[in-house]
Design a protein around this ligand. Structure first.
Ligand code: GSH
Length: 204
């Protein structure tokens, strides 16, 4: 059995998969794709993902791209099905947050950080406006509940956590969002939690 994660240490999308692999106690080899050096454009990597994005998982020859797709695969294949339950209601509720993570979280929170720390050529004001929408939505949702989608941790939380907890790197703050701060602490207290630069230790 061979498992490889093509990842970049500073990527929040990769962090979702590193956290899930740790939660599931699955061994894997990390293949560093340094986005600052444009490693993602190497023909060898393009052959795995023509969209030239990390994360990519090679699970014994099965090649998967996209953090949400990889999370769904790992959960259904290797256990903790309660983190992505089969009922239509639960799946749809979780999907709302997976889509929210690919839209508001990515274009707002992740983009603001990318502009600040990677000098990404994008509009900071637009990103900050979307970031505010994302934060308000999560704060509102978490005001009277512990988790975003269901009554327990699911992959919805994993999809939204890294870029939310990293927003200080985008010169934003969670000071006005106490419910989101509490949610982050709950995730960081889970058994086998791993962080990354900018997030609490331990780092994998
Ligand atoms: N929807 C994808 C987005 C992946 C993505 O945007 N990856 C970024 C790093 S966080 C990347 O590899 N960018 C390099 C590029 O676009 O060339 C996912 O959730 O995995």
């Amino acid at each position: 059995m061979m498992r490889k994660l093509y990842d970049f240490e500073l990527s929040g999308n990769c962090q979702k998969i590193r956290m899930l692999l740790s939660f599931l106690s699955l061994d894997y080899e990390r293949v560093n794709i340094d986005l600052r050096k444009r490693d993602q454009m190497d023909p060898e990597f393009i052959a795995l993902n023509s969209l030239h994005k990390v994360p990519v998982l090679d699970d014994d020859g099965l090649i998967l791209r996209d953090s949400a797709a990889i999370m769904i695969y790992l959960i259904r294949k290797y256990g903790r099905p309660e983190w992505y339950p089969e009922s239509p209601e639960a799946m749809a509720e979780i999907q709302q947050w997976l889509s929210f993570s690919a839209n508001e979280v990515f274009n707002g929170l992740a983009m603001t950080r990318a502009i600040v720390i990677f000098k990404r050529d994008a509009d900071l004001e637009v990103a900050r406006t979307i970031a505010a929408t994302a934060l308000q939505e999560m704060e509102h949702r978490l005001r009277d509940r512990e988790w975003l989608a269901l009554d327990r941790f699911t992959i919805a939380e994993l999809a939204c956590y890294p870029y939310t907890a990293l927003i200080h790197e985008g010169e934003l703050s969670l000071d006005d969002y106490p419910s989101i701060r509490g949610w982050c602490r709950r995730i960081e207290a889970l058994e086998h939690y791993v962080g990354m630069p900018g997030l609490p230790y331990p780092h994998p």
